[in-house]
Design a protein around this ligand. Structure first.
Ligand SMILES: Nc1nc2c(ncn2[C@@H]2O[C@H](COP(=O)(O)OP(=O)(O)OP(=O)(O)O)[C@@H](O)[C@H]2O)c(=O)[nH]1
Ligand SMILES: [Mg+2]
Length: 489
């Protein structure tokens, strides 16, 4: 995702690497690389210009500093890191501030109207959003307001039954009437949010655009969200502008950012319309909707991954208490192949490996953004672990040559693949152990610049602190020891 944009920033960082003092010429060369990639990724021309002017002005004005402020702390930084920090701040400002709120209330039943071009992902996103609301304790109802495409109602009904969310449809009525009736029907069904899945249209189709205005007038939706396909590039800005002019949008949802979308829309839309991006569609399945965090995307673009996003994905699929237990085990380095298998299954639930990896700060290890990972590799690893005995899984160090030969024939994978797995497993175990015993140092050992390791380190949840109960127990213990000593004197 967004490799094209990231590419320019990566080249810029390479150009500045190792420079002790940055001269204007260095900054200009770096900015040139960024400009090319932004334009190639379809970021709107004026947005590119304004953005780079700001970066350049700040970089030239402040690059002599060697200390930067981050989260209220001063840190030592090289000029190159300082440049990255300026880009990070400006990218976050360009796409932010974060606003993923939906207006729900004060009416007992709130409405969300989904609009957009044909095929942009409205119906899929309506279902994803309904699922998101349902998970947050709301009672959503989806409304089939697309009466033009024959299969549209059925598509929504299928999604509704999969999610166990009611779908309202009323054959023979016009979309504005359907949406108005849906508000009443929601009351009977005990729902408190309705989502209107409207028909796709082109901005040139004045009649259909007028129909959306009628729905708005008749139902006064609290939220009007434009669903934009990130693949359509430059055109997305014109589409956003026109829909906003006619409907006064509340915000956007960008879809198909998981594909090879150039992604320029993510950078341009907010700047051009001054309306926020609320969510990102990251895949066809109904759990692939992410709340939009400008800082997370900025960090990903710059090759620093998105640890916060990763943690959020993790929270989606995992039971918190169990995760804490597993993490403690992981960080102590005493985890087994069974734990590893559990983690693999969890990862599969979190989405494709390529998507997960895009959230790791791999750019910092010289691994380019957009590495494609074959998800079948996971299945091969799973097969190898399944061919181990219970004893072997629980005692990873027991895997000697003859056991490895047996596992290899059991799962039909070449022996060197099993050996490779044991090496990778042991390296990971060692790494986790060292992270557990001192995160920042370990990140440093991985080759990460100490200043930026600090930035990432802050995003990694700390190991659980000693609980108050523990502290109290220890205090009481100290008191008891003192008392005993006094008695013995
Ligand atoms: N990869 C990917 N595909 C998506 C995403 N969102 C939607 N799609 C796919 O895009 C196609 C169109 O999605 P729909 O939800 O039917 O789009 P629509 O805007 O309702 O289409 P119309 O009602 O015909 O205007 C489907 O094949 C979806 O599976 C996404 O975030 N990522
Ligand atoms: Mg549709």
């Amino acid at each position: 995702m967004l490799e094209m944009i990231s590419g320019g920033f990566r080249k810029a960082q390479e150009l500045l690497q190792g420079k002790v003092v940055l001269q204007e010429k260095h900054i200009e060369d770096a900015i040139k690389e960024i400009r090319i990639s932004l334009l190639e990724a379809d970021v709107e021309f004026h947005v590119v210009k304004t953005f780079l002017d700001k970066v350049k002005e700040k970089a030239i004005g402040e690059i002599v500093q060697t200390r930067v402020s981050h989260a209220g702390k001063k840190m030592k930084a090289t000029p190159e890191q300082h440049f990255v920090k300026i880009c990070y701040d400006e990218l976050s400002a360009l796409m932010g501030p974060v606003d993923t709120s939906l207006k729900l209330g004060p009416r007992p039943i709130s409405a969300i109207m989904m609009v957009g071009l044909q095929g942009s992902g409205k119906t899929t996103t309506t279902a994803k959003l309904a699922r998101h609301l349902q998970k947050n304790g709301k009672k959503p109802m989806m409304v089939a307001a697309d009466i033009y495409r024959p299969a549209a109602i059925d598509q929504l009904k299928v999604l509704g039954s999969r999610l166990d969310i009611p779908v309202f449809f009323a054959p023979g009525k016009t979309p504005p009437q359907i949406c108005r009736d849906a508000l009443e029907a929601a009351q009977f069904k005990g729902c408190n949010v309705v989502l209107f899945d409207t028909a796709g249209r082109t901005i040139l189709d004045d009649v259909l655009m007028g129909e959306l205005e009628d729905i708005k007038t008749m139902t006064s939706p609290e939220n009007i969200l434009l669903v934009v396909d990130a693949m359509i590039g430059q055109e997305s800005v014109n589409v956003a502008r026109e829909f906003d002019r006619r409907l006064d949008l509340s915000g956007f949802i960008l879809t198909k950012l998981d594909g090879d979308a150039r992604g320029g829309a993510a950078l341009s839309i907010k700047e051009v319309t001054k309306k926020p991006i609320k969510f990102l569609g990251m895949g066809e399945s109904l759990d692939r909707l992410e709340e939009f965090r400008p800082d997370g995307l900025a960090s990903r673009i710059l090759g620093y991954g998105d640890i916060v996003g990763l943690v959020k994905d993790f929270e989606e699929v995992v039971d918190e208490k169990k995760a804490e237990e597993d993490a403690r085990k992981l960080l102590k380095g005493d985890f087994t192949y069974d734990d590893f298998l559990k983690q693999l299954k969890l990862m599969k639930k979190m989405g494709s490996l390529t998507d997960l990896i895009s959230k790791l700060p791999l750019g910092q290890f010289g691994i380019p953004q957009g590495v494609q990972v074959d998800d079948r590799e996971l299945m091969r690893v799973e097969a190898m672990i399944n061919s181990m005995t219970v004893f072997e899984r629980e005692h990873p160090d027991s895997l000697n040559d003859s056991r490895i030969t047996r596992i290899s024939s059991g799962c039909g994978q070449p022996k060197n693949k099993v050996v490779e797995l044991t090496h990778r497993f042991n390296t990971m175990r060692g790494l986790m152990r060292s992270i557990g015993s001192g995160k920042k140092k370990a990140l440093g050992r991985l080759g990460l610049d100490p200043g930026l390791a600090g930035m990432i380190d802050e995003q990694i949840p700390s190991q659980p602190k000693k609980s108050l109960v523990d502290l109290k127990k220890r205090k009481n213990m100290r008191k008891a020891v003192k008392k005993a000593k006094r008695r013995n004197r």
